[in-house]
Design a protein around this ligand. Structure first.
Ligand SMILES: NC(=O)c1ccc[n+]([C@@H]2O[C@H](COP(=O)([O-])OP(=O)(O)OC[C@H]3O[C@@H](n4cnc5c(N)ncnc54)[C@H](O)[C@@H]3O)[C@@H](O)[C@H]2O)c1
Length: 329
């Protein structure tokens, strides 16, 4: 194969980012774009090429392709992944991959049965800063992790409905939870979470908590906390991830490494910090398809589903008022 023919389901803000970046990848060609909104599909096709569709069943029946991006709201994942896997298409699914684990496990079965490659949009894994921290932590004991994501409120309507987005921890802060798993190489075995809507009750249509705190226990005993809120509606905020080791704090923030305490020149250089480089997850996906090699993709569907499992367990814990074990743990 010298060219990868790609279709899209979803032509919203995030999908257009992938389409733009695929323009830099010589072997990638967009052959079809589907969106429930004909305007969204039509304008994307005008800019990026291919044929426009409003129904992906018709697109999958009519267009020959090698790979499919699915970039739709979290609640909208129904049969697309399963049909595409059965048709032998390699899949790029945006995070969070589902709002219900049973659906995710069904999709995972279909991907495994078909033997197609899969990728989930956890692009922060690819940053060289993430890779360095991961290598650094591999043979060290991480006692505790703390993370914040205190940021803004996306304008898309589905985001403010719990059943549709899963709330901010599941939808956005999934990146921080994913990095906790990926950088330590350990799995979460228990989650205890508490949520409330405290200061944003007057926002039209809001049906998600604006204050979420979760405590995670990992399989090696590491204890982690994450707090997240979209309360910074006028801009600004704070997003970080800190790993506490004996006599040292390793920090990841917006792709920057920082080290406090014991020096770690092999991790951060003399300045004890280094900026991150941009990652190209779309190029990685296309290269993996051309090589037939899943290992070139930083996050498979199974791996992405494990991250969703953790934040869905947090949602279940906040409802039950007691600790919950993720289903895949
Ligand atoms: N990896 C990242 O950093 C990152 C960044 C932003 C968004 N995302 C994810 O990408 C996904 C989409 O987010 P967005 O901001 O583009 O949302 P959006 O609302 O802008 O776009 C979603 C599009 O999907 C379309 N759609 C919904 N159901 C459909 C269906 N059944 N068939 C065809 N089209 C359908 C909608 O009409 C809409 O145009 C979400 O899961 C989001 O979490 C990931």
């Amino acid at each position: 194969m010298s060219e990868v023919k790609i279709g899209f389901i979803g032509a919203g803000g995030n999908a257009r980012g992938h389409m733009t970046r695929l323009g830099d990848v010589e072997q990638a060609r967009i052959v079809a774009i589907c969106d429930l909104s004909e305007d969204a599909a039509g304008s994307a096709v005008e800019e990026f090429g291919g044929a426009a569709f409003a129904d992906y069943h018709a697109m999958l029946d009519e267009v020959e392709m090698d790979a499919l991006y699915i970039s739709i709201p979290p609640f909208a994942h129904t049969d697309a992944e399963i049909l595409a896997a059965q048709a032998g298409l390699h899949l790029f699914v945006e995070k969070p991959v589902v709002v219900e684990m049973d659906r995710g496990l069904e999709i995972l079965d279909a991907i495994r049965a078909a033997g197609v490659l899969s990728s989930v949009g956890y692009q922060l894994r690819l940053m060289d800063t993430s890779q360095r921290i991961r290598a650094y932590l591999a043979d060290r004991t991480v006692a505790m992790i703390s993370s914040h994501r205190w940021g803004g409120f996306p304008g898309v309507p589905w985001w403010r409905v719990m059943d549709q987005s899963g709330g901010q921890l599941h939808e956005q802060t999934t990146h921080q939870v994913d990095l906790m798993r990926y950088l330590t190489g350990h799995e979460v075995v228990e989650v205890y979470a508490h949520y409330d809507l405290l200061a944003m009750g007057d926002v039209e249509g809001i049906a998600i908590p604006d204050s979420q705190a979760a405590m995670f226990t990992f399989d090696n005993g590491t204890i982690a906390t994450v707090t997240t809120s979209p309360m910074m509606m006028q801009g600004g905020g704070k997003s970080d991830l800190n790993f506490l080791l004996r006599d040292q704090i390793v920090g990841w923030s917006a792709g920057q490494v920082s080290v406090m305490g014991l020096e770690a020149p092999d991790l951060a250089g003399e300045a004890q910090e280094m900026p991150g480089a941009p990652a190209h997850i779309d190029e990685a996906f296309v290269r993996a398809i051309l090589a037939g090699d899943q290992s070139l993709i930083p996050c498979s569907y199974e791996d992405g589903l494990r991250t969703a499992d953790v934040t869905l367990a947090a949602n279940a814990s906040s409802r039950a008022g007691e600790p919950v074990r993720p289903k895949m743990a």
